[in-house]
Design a protein around this ligand. Structure first.
Ligand code: SF4
Length: 721
């Protein structure tokens, strides 16, 4: 990671204007977006969008031809090119031929993508942005920090300063007055311009129509007042039928700005007359710039389903801290990282892909149904193939890949940690490791790992049970512990065994299990992840068990989903049948316990009033495994009162090795979580993920808080009837 990039993160995180504005917006956005979608079936709506956009992506050539034919039949000139330089050349030639001295632009990411303004200005043409946010950042000499709200990072004071310095002195930091001032100045620009440049939100092939939405009405003036209108349209904006416009226009304002509808929707199906009776020139540039290639990529084709609503950054815990400028590119946020890798270069996404913490918030809200974190992992894989893995990473994974060596090292760490250990914590690490304990304490390695202690537990039909034959028909499940439960928190695993035993289930611990491969996969080291997957599949399918259960949602997701997609990405199809066989057996802890309780196989002590607790949703459990109610229902049935914390389902900043790689971001995300836990008033925070326990318990310990943190298994095990 480049030092400059890391510095830009630190600067952003310590910029109170930026974090304040983005934080407030993101909090308000979540609530207002839900309100805007009230009465709509979001899942159905986004399925419609995804299907129609996916169809368009599969028929790009054909739709571009149909669009061209229909648009040209109405007098539009259509130019199609893969090359951004040709787009600029076309517009410059057109401007020169028509003596254009002044251009007004409505917000267009496609024009940003090809750095059009700079090229026009170098040719002596005055270019004026007319979207208020875009105009502000143009005057300030900046780039947009957000796809929909380009100047969200600026305060009214900063805007007033920009107006005073760049336009006219005497402007006060008063929003209505600043807007009025801008409107007056922009009107003159509209009237003076000879050419208007826009993008388009949709290009309808069957009618050759451009659909443009704005809230300020500026696109309407840009497309009607100057005598020449040029629309730069990325090929992903093509849709087959007019009917396809409806779901996109329904979702776009709700997802973008939580509005029921956008103020202005313009539909342009051909040149219209000017006020002097002549006919306007309408030019549509269908810009490819690797979009066709993207649509043919089996993994990245889905990125063509993006409607550029920017709800993904709006809900991203990282984006709301660092904003868009850290990305240093035209497109920002998770989807921006993917678009940068394609429209700029894979290498250009090298640093920025590391910002993704893989929480999955964006997947939940994306109206294009795009698996943004999954695509970012694929970028990491391709980057690792193209550039090779960093030396330190390679060394770490070569140890992780050797199960026996890895486990011996963890056992050795138990002895070596002694001078640093205080109770169950390591509060300070020396030298270059000190960052790791700066904002949270780390758990000490347990004296004996779960793989040892579990052998001491007398279980139904286990080898410690003398009356073995009597119980030989008892149900068996395999437990996948994951590194944290095995070596740092064996008590969580012991609680799980106690619960299963109470339901008459024997828990076996396949010794051959190793790291779930998530750290390797999340770093792009898919070959390592595949070897971890194969080792685990062999270990976990060796016995005939009803379920394979894990009390770590990240591990559960690895076993249930990631092994399959890792093999698919690597083309290791031979491994897929056994990966699927394993996936069918895998279940997360709370979902399994809920099943057992519902089936009457487990009961809690009756009539208990155990007081308040608060529950933190682990990202993978809620958003990939869709189990957010199960733990709450179980804890309530056990006798706890759940005091919901604010943003219970927002990431705690752990993200596996993310908290080690980017402590600058992990720390403030954790801080926010700790504030919300404290505000809940509960003396105990419960969660289903040992990784979240490590992060949150460590953070609270660092702050000398008395709030306790436990895994759901520990709380339930104590309350069984
Ligand atoms: S990826 Fe999805 S959420 Fe993000 S801008 Fe595109 S459509 Fe919107």
């Amino acid at each position: 990671m480049e030092t400059k990039f890391r510095e830009s993160i630190v600067n952003a995180v310590h910029n109170p204007n930026l974090t304040g504005a983005l934080g407030r917006f993101s909090e308000a956005y979540r609530t207002s977006r839900l309100k805007a979608y009230e009465g709509y079936d979001f899942e159905t709506l986004r399925t419609q969008i995804a299907e129609r956009k996916s169809y368009a992506a599969s028929h790009l050539d054909e739709l571009a031809d149909v669009f061209t034919k229909n648009a040209e039949a109405r007098g539009t000139k259509v130019f199609r090119t893969n090359d951004p330089a040709k787009v600029r050349e076309y517009i410059l030639n057109l401007a020169r031929e028509n003596g254009v001295k002044s251009v007004v632009k409505s917000k267009s990411m496609a024009s940003e993508e090809i750095h059009l303004n700079k090229h026009l200005e170098m040719a002596g043409i005055d270019v004026g942005e007319t979207d208020l946010g875009e105009w502000i950042i143009q005057l300030a000499g900046q780039t947009p920090s957000h796809m929909v709200m380009p100047a969200i990072h600026m305060t009214k004071e900063e805007v007033a300063t920009v107006f005073n310095e760049q336009v006219e002195e005497g402007q006060k930091p008063d929003i209505p007055k600043l807007v009025k001032f801008a409107r007056g100045k922009l009107r003159t620009k509209f009237l003076d311009a000879q050419m208007g440049i826009t993008g388009a939100n949709i290009a309808v092939a069957e009618t050759g129509t451009l659909v443009i939405v704005t809230n300020e009405g500026n696109a309407r003036l840009v497309t009607t007042l100057p005598k020449i209108h040029v629309a730069i349209v990325g090929l992903e904006k093509l849709m087959e039928k007019f009917d396809d416009v409806v779901p996109v226009l329904t979702a776009l304002p709700k997802s973008a700005t939580a509005q029921l509808m956008t103020s202005y929707v313009s539909m342009i199906s051909g040149p219209v007359p000017n006020t002097d009776g002549t006919l306007k020139q309408l030019h549509v540039i269908l810009m490819d710039n690797r979009r066709t290639e993207m649509s043919q990529d089996p993994k990245f084709k889905q990125a063509m389903q993006c409607i550029r609503c920017a709800s993904c950054p709006n809900v991203c815990p990282v984006f709301r801290l660092v904003g868009g400028h850290v990305f240093g590119k035209v497109y920002t946020g998770g989807i921006g990282t993917i678009l940068t890798a394609w429209f700029d270069a894979l290498k250009a996404s090298d640093d920025i892909q590391s910002l993704c913490i893989q929480c999955g918030n964006c997947v939940e809200v994306c109206p294009g149904k795009i698996d943004i974190p999954g695509l970012i992992l694929e970028l990491r894989r391709r980057l690792a193939v193209e550039q090779g893995q960093p030396f330190a990473q390679k060394a770490i994974f070569s140890v992780v890949n050797n199960r026996k060596l890895f486990h011996s090292m963890l056992r050795a760490a138990y002895v070596m940690q002694k001078p640093l250990q205080k109770g169950n914590f390591i509060r300070h690490l020396p030298f270059f490791l000190s960052d790791m304990t700066e904002f949270r304490s780390l758990p000490a390695i347990a004296e004996a790992p779960l793989r040892d202690t579990i052998k001491e537990i007398k279980q139904p039909a286990s080898k410690n049970n003398k009356d073995k034959n009597k119980d030989k028909n008892k149900e068996k499940i395999a437990f996948f512990a994951g590194c944290l439960i095995d070596f740092a928190y064996p008590e969580m695993g012991e609680s799980l065994v106690k619960i299963m035993n109470r339901a008459g289930i024997e828990v076996i611990f396949p010794e051959g299990q190793t790291c779930c491969g998530a750290p390797a996969r999340y770093s792009g080291a898919y070959e390592v992840a595949a070897q971890n997957a194969n080792d685990n599949i062999n270990a976990l399918l060796a016995d005939d068990v009803t379920y394979v259960v894990s009390a770590c949602p990240t591990c559960t997701v690895a076993l249930k989903h990631d092994f399959i997609s890792t093999f698919e990405s690597l083309g290791q199809t031979d491994s897929l049948p056994r990966a699927r066989q394993l996936a069918d057996k895998v279940i997360d802890f709370s979902s399994l316990v809920k099943k057992l309780v519902d089936a009457g196989r487990l009961k809690f002590k009756e009539g208990q009033e155990l007081g308040k607790i608060t529950y933190h949703d682990s990202c993978h459990l809620k958003r990939t495994l869709h189990a957010s109610q199960e733990p709450r229902q179980l804890l309530t049935q056990a006798g706890y009162e759940i005091a919901e914390m604010y943003e219970a389902d927002m990431c705690c900043g752990m993200g596996g090795s993310y908290s080690l790689k980017l402590p600058e971001i992990s720390a403030p995300i954790l801080e926010r979580k700790l504030v919300n836990i404290k505000k809940s008033g509960a003396p105990l925070a419960v969660m289903d993920c040992p990784g979240c326990v490590m992060q949150i318990r460590g953070g609270l310990d660092k702050q000398n808080s008395t709030i306790k943190v436990e895994h759901t298994a520990q709380r339930l095990a104590d309350e069984l009837a």
